[in-house]
Design a protein around this ligand. Structure first.
Ligand code: FAD
Length: 303
């Protein structure tokens, strides 16, 4: 590594955990996104603090990344530092009905572990392809459940670099939002409360929900899940379908034929394609039904 700033990050996390000009298409489920100037894989609170200190001193913006499953990164990439809280935040501890889990653990992985321990409550999230950190920040939900139903405490790093433990109430969870999202706190981990259940029933429920996802969602294409939030009193997918936009495309981006709530990458979509298609969808739905569709997908970089 030749870059002076890279060397500063290497001193904190080690050489093999710092990448320069790293294509973000490799780190998002959309498989879209240009290069990030720096990509730093973090493994401890001390490393996060030190990396942020470097960002501050070097006047570089930073962005916290989980699995990148709710993210559209610009084709030009990101002129700043990606702080990856994923591969090295992987601890899970189960004690009775309490599950203490670090931010980088995938919900799919955690689901397997709680199933082994015959704990019920996480079934709704077993098919969500994100990390605990991303799921807590977004208050991810599906099939009638939300993270707020099972989160008892969340450990965060606040803007002053202080570690704080917040209760579920203090997290101010709402529809796809939380205090961590509003304040830009970094989620380090969470304590979940589940219930002892019957292993076979839990397995069955997880399998049923998985089958539903396979049947209804375009999992055969890269995407970032639901493109838009659910507008009050409506379903985004139904509005988009009723506006005649099933299969509508811009370049390689397409309103899924299978589920209109998803914009998918049919192979060579750019971020600009996805953004333009989203604009067109928003325009048509507004024009025909007077409903504003707010993106659920988060944007990073210049659009
Ligand atoms: C096929 C598919 C199906 C999906 N189904 C669902 C679903 O049913 N329900 C649902 O709610 N979502 C769904 N999603 C969207 C996505 O999986 C969730 O929003 C998930 O919780 C995002 O987690 P992530 O780790 O990928 O976060 P990322 O996409 O990496 O980040 C999302 C946001 O969270 C922030 N963030 C991530 N980690 C942290 C952290 N440790 N601390 C602070 N901020 C952080 C990021 O800065 C960003 O703002 C789906 C996505 C796909 C591709």
């Amino acid at each position: 590594m030749t870059d002076r700033i890279s060397r500063r990050f290497c001193e904190i996390v080690g050489e093999n955990k710092v990448l320069e000009q790293e294509p973000m298409a490799r780190h998002t489920t959309f498989r879209i996104g240009g290069p990030a100037d720096y990509f730093v894989e973090l493994g401890s609170i001390e490393q996060i603090r030190a990396a942020i200190q470097v960002c501050r001193e070097e006047n570089l913006p930073w962005f916290v990344l989980g699995r990148g499953s709710n993210l559209l990164v610009s084709d030009k990439g990101y002129r700043g530092v990606i702080l990856s809280i994923y591969k090295d935040f992987q601890k899970t501890e189960i004690q009775g009905e309490t599950v203490t889990v670090q931010a980088g653990v995938l919900l799919t992985t955690l689901s397997g572990k709680v199933l082994d321990a015959s704990l019920t409550g996480l079934e709704f999230a077993s098919g969500i392809p994100g990390t605990i950190g991303g799921a807590v920040v977004m208050n991810a939900g599906a099939y009638g459940g939300e993270m707020k139903d099972i989160v008892r405490k969340v450990t965060v790093l606040d803007q002053d670099g202080e570690v704080r433990t917040l209760t579920c109430g203090e997290m101010q969870f709402g529809y796809r939002t939380s205090l961590a999202k509003k304040k830009g706190y970094i989620v380090l981990g969470a304590e979940l409360t589940l219930k002892q259940g019957e292993k076979e029933k839990i397995r069955e429920e997880m399998q049923t929900l998985k089958a539903k996802r396979i049947e209804k969602q375009p999992l055969e294409f890269p995407s970032a899940g639901s493109t838009f939030k659910r507008p009050e009193g409506y379903f985004a997918g139904k509005l988009i379908m009723d506006a005649g936009l099933r299969g509508a495309a811009v370049g390689g981006a397409q309103v899924s034929e299978k589920h209109c709530g998803f914009v998918v990458n049919t192979g060579n979509a750019t971020a600009a394609d996805v953004r333009e298609l989203m604009r067109q969808v928003q325009g048509k739905v507004q024009e025909q039904f007077g409903v504003h569709l707010e993106p659920e997908v988060r944007f990073l970089g210049e659009f």
